[in-house]
Design a protein around this ligand. Structure first.
Ligand code: NAD
Length: 362
């Protein structure tokens, strides 16, 4: 029996290609993993009547660790995101998105080392929405007005932003525990509490209360989200661990990915009490499907996070060193990195050739 069994969800779009590259790189380290491959997304809709079949969730529950490629969320079909549904089904309340500089990516900075801790279950992503024109939407508008909470135009659609003490407390605590476990010195709580008094204001109150428990061990500060974005672009070295509610976390983590070379290299993890699902920040990039062009670095660095989580430090370090060496050397890189570095995609290699170059460093 293998030492670890991991659920592998290849996803769609560029997902199958980049997960294939990732799997080959991981296997080449010699780590003992058995993959349980299960499919999710639009392609299984016809067969199972849902894009996220129960056996996929069960597989992750059983193995407690999964790694996935991106899954497309068709716009305007009533088909909710598989990624959001999976996070919700397994209560994966942490979305961990490290952004660190790697030489050779052509990024504008070379000294970024930040970790975004994004709340993953509530806020505007809770999926509590009221469609424009529906009876219940008009009732909600009347309820709001009857309670003196303001006025809303009758032709509005409404998305609610619930932020709870429970959700805020566990994510902020996770950020502090992560800082302690990874020798990080500061946690910045990001919010818009000056405007959103009862949602972000509550989040900030809870953050301050939790931070007090870590006083003297981890530094704490809070910042408004807009000022955070400017600060990150001007002085990313001022930041260490950032903890954010769901929507700001989503946006700021793409910004952070941009600081270190783009979505093609940004890894991520969704972590709960009983399971962890590792996935890159980027989506399925449909226009590159099947072209052997996509950059698998984000998926491969996502596997590094997974191996660290599994306690396989040696394999994780080996892969990270391999990625660093191939990117620094600069000749066997995918089109996106090539373009950033030279202004042209000429001389770029494909997804699998790049993975082979990493394997060749082992
Ligand atoms: P995207 O991340 O797929 O693409 C954004 C841009 O980044 C595109 O120009 C794309 O070509 C480029 N890009 C992304 N990944 C790349 C890679 N590995 N190598 C090279 N270039 C890369 O974002 P999108 O276009 O907004 O979304 C496409 C689909 O993916 C949507 O259906 C969306 O819902 C879904 N999505 C899924 C996830 C997930 O599975 N967790 C996350 C985000 C988006």
């Amino acid at each position: 029996m293998a030492k670890h069994t991991v659920t592998l969800i290849p996803g769609d779009g560029i997902g199958p290609e980049i997960t294939d590259a990732m799997r080959r790189v991981v296997e080449a380290t010699g780590v003992d993993i058995a993959w349980e491959v299960v499919e999710a997304g639009a392609d299984v809709m016809e067969k199972y009547g849902t894009p996220l079949p129960e056996h996929v969730i069960e597989s992750v529950r059983k193995n407690a660790v999964a790694i996935k490629g991106p899954v497309t969320t068709p716009v305007g079909t009533g088909f909710r995101s598989v990624n959001v549904a999976l996070r919700r089904a397994l209560d994966l309340y942490v979305n961990l998105r490290p952004a660190f500089s790697i030489a050779g990516t052509g990024a504008r900075y070379d000294d970024v080392d930040i970790v975004i801790v994004r709340e993953n279950t509530e806020d505007l992503y809770a999926g509590v929405e009221f469609e424009e024109g529906k009876t219940e939407t008009l009732e909600l508008i009347e309820f709001v007005e009857a309670h003196g909470a303001g006025s809303i135009r009758r032709d509005s659609g409404i998305s609610l932003k619930p932020i709870s003490i429970t959700g805020s407390e566990r994510i902020v605590r996770y950020a502090f525990e992560y800082a302690l476990a990874n020798s990080r010195s500061k946690v910045t709580a990001v919010h818009k509490a000056n405007i959103l008094k009862y949602s972000d204001g509550l989040y900030l109150d809870v953050a301050r209360r939790v931070a007090a428990e870590y006083e003297g061990r981890v530094e704490f500060e809070d910042r408004i989200v807009d000022a955070t974005c400017m600060g990150l672009v001007m002085h990313p070295e001022d930041f260490d661990v950032l903890v954010l509610p769901n929507l700001y976390g989503d946006i700021v983590s793409d910004l952070a990915a941009g600081l270190v070379g783009g979505l093609g290299i940004a890894p991520g993890a969704n972590i709960g009490t009983d399971a962890a699902v590792f996935e890159p920040v980027h989506g399925s990039a449909p226009k590159y499907t099947g072209k052997d062009m996509a950059n698998p670095t984000a998926e491969i660095l996502t596997a590094v996070l997974m191996l660290q989580h599994l306690g396989e430090r040696e394999a994780a370090d080996k892969i990270l060193a391999g990625v660093r060496s191939v990117l620094a050397e600069g000749t066997k890189v995918t089109y996106d990195i090539r373009r950033t570095n030279t202004g042209s995609t000429d001389g770029a290699v494909g997804t699998q050739a790049y993975a082979d170059a990493i394997i060749a460093t082992f």
